[in-house]
Design a protein around this ligand. Structure first.
Ligand SMILES: Nc1ncnc2c1ncn2[C@@H]1O[C@H](COP(=O)(O)OP(=O)(O)OP(=O)(O)O)[C@@H](O)[C@H]1O
Ligand SMILES: C[C@@](O)(CCOP(=O)(O)O)CC(=O)O
Length: 463
């Protein structure tokens, strides 16, 4: 049977409120999907008549040498599908892509449990919307729907919109929708989305080599929501890829049939929105510094100072929930005056002040001085309601809530274009060589999660 091509996309994310708190099930995060999406197109691999291949070719044609070829076979003793990377055509060396390799292994293993017989060969194309990476098209190039970045994927500068979660989600959804009949997997149903969510969370954690809160995968599947994480212990019993019984355990996990390990993720979409007339704007802060181990350090501080930390966590949780409520009850903000946003401004200021407290107490630059200056300068512009350093915080990005009008966005872009980022040392002196640029990305909030796309939209990129 020749299957028709399948095309899907999943959104990026911004954790507007709830960084660090969302790692603990007692608290929640306010996450917005973003309209920068990762697109995946799956089609049968054309072979000569009579030739049966067990090969899946994955290409990311916006990047140089981004092609990964995999062979696969069903392993004995319910070990699942064994995936082996083959030598690529375009390159002589093997460049591995752990997110693709793991998502492929997990999805094919689940599919092998659902349909009898051989899984047919296919060719998969990945396309990312521009704002995932800082590079822009070469000057003079004709503006196309997707940019050719002309660099290898490893040299592309990420803007932190959650490319790996959107990729794993869209890729997994693409495979499930392509190979499984609608009775077994239907993305339009709650059950279908839960299957995708569970499988993508498991694959993303395995590829990352750690269990984060999973808010990014949740946003990729469900779009904007208030998110309460799953209990991390859920994934503990799954075992390694290729271990005996892996495919049975994966099926039970994905379908949530194990009474002792029930999925407890909470996705609340009701009342989560950005009011009409307002928008989120993401800014890429390119100052070339990144702090590793921020999560570890904050959690270590919380462990050492449980009373102080828990008091701060509770106060923050209250304000984070309040922020969501205010956004949903503001109503149409199109003809409001600046004074109508006073309460929103106040709650954002409270959240920021508590995040700075967390920063100071744990010694982690969650809202570092340079970001404070940038956020304060933006917030002083008419029509800019406020902003935060999203997610884990740090030096890479800021998220702003503004009136959605050119008279506000124009001056904001000008301020950002002219802004010079300088990193401050602890003694208050500007650190050397740390002047960078700030750029407003084109992205805004997106309510919808993973969705089918018209497959002909990608035709010029498909081989
Ligand atoms: N367009 C793409 N094509 C193929 N693989 C991709 C693509 N974009 C991202 N990836 C995979 O995702 C990895 C990047 O994931 P990583 O977790 O480092 O960043 P991220 O998810 O964008 O992080 P953040 O949450 O900070 O945005 C890449 O190394 C690659 O394996
Ligand atoms: C610090 C944390 O709560 C948020 C990290 O968000 P981001 O990757 O910076 O967008 C970690 C997590 O939730 O997994």
């Amino acid at each position: 049977m020749t299957r028709p091509p399948t095309a899907l996309s999943a959104p990026g994310k911004v954790l507007l409120a709830g960084g660090y708190l969302v790692l603990d099930r007692d608290y929640t995060g306010l996450v917005f999907g973003l309209d920068a999406r990762i697109h995946v197109h799956v089609q049968p691999l054309s072979t000569s008549p009579g030739v049966v291949l067990s090969e899946i070719i994955v290409r990311s044609p916006q990047f140089r040498d981004a092609e990964w070829r995999y062979g696969y076979r069903l392993a004995a003793e319910s070990r699942g599908i064994d995936v082996t990377q083959l030598k690529g055509l375009s390159t002589s060396c093997l460049s591995r892509n752990p997110f693709i390799e793991t998502a492929l292994t997990y999805a094919l293993t689940y599919i092998s449990m659902m349909i009898p017989g051989v899984i047919e060969a296919s060719s998969i194309t990945i396309l990312a919307d521009d704002d995932y990476y800082s590079q822009t098209a070469s000057p003079g190039a004709r503006r196309e729907r997707f940019i050719n970045f002309h660099v290898p994927l490893q040299s592309a500068h990420k803007t932190g919109l959650g490319s790996s979660a959107a990729l794993v989600t869209a890729f997994t959804a693409g495979l499930l929708a392509h190979y499984l009949p609608a009775e077994q997997f239907d993305l339009k149903t709650d059950k279908g989305r839960a299957i995708l969510h569970n499988l993508a969370q498991a694959a993303h954690c395995a590829a990352q080599g750690k269990v984060g809160s999973g808010f990014d995968v949740a946003a990729a599947v469900y779009g904007s929501c208030r998110y309460r994480r799953f209990s991390p212990a859920l994934l503990e019993g799954l075992g390694e890829i290729g271990s005996r019984g892996f495919s049975d355990r994966l099926k039970a996990l994905v379908e949530d049939t194990e009474p002792a390990r029930k999925w407890d993720t909470e996705i609340i979409k009701a009342g989560i929105n950005v009011p009409k007339g307002l928008r989120l704007t993401m800014c890429d802060v390119d100052c070339g510094s990144q702090t590793v181990g921020m999560v570890k350090q904050v959690l270590a501080w919380r462990k050492e100072h449980p009373e102080e930390a828990n008091a701060l966590w509770s106060r923050l949780q209250e304000k984070n929930v309040e922020l969501g409520k205010q956004l949903s009850t503001l109503g149409d903000a199109t003809r409001r005056s600046d004074a109508d946003f006073d309460e929103l401004k106040e709650v954002i200021a409270d959240i920021r002040s508590m995040m700075r407290q967390m920063s100071k107490a744990s010694g982690v630059p969650i809202e570092p001085q340079m970001q404070t200056e940038l956020l304060d300068a933006c917030s002083a512009l008419p029509g800019v309601i406020g902003g935060v350093v999203p997610g884990a915080g740090g030096y890479d990005a800021v998220a702003l809530l503004t009136v959605d009008q050119e008279s506000v966005l124009g001056p904001l872009r000008k301020l950002l274009d002219e802004w010079k980022v300088s990193l401050w040392n602890e003694d208050g002196a500007v650190a050397n060589g740390s002047i960078g640029k700030v750029r407003a990305l084109g992205v805004r909030e997106e309510m919808e999660g993973v969705r089918f796309e018209r497959e002909d939209a990608y035709r010029s990129w498909i081989e």
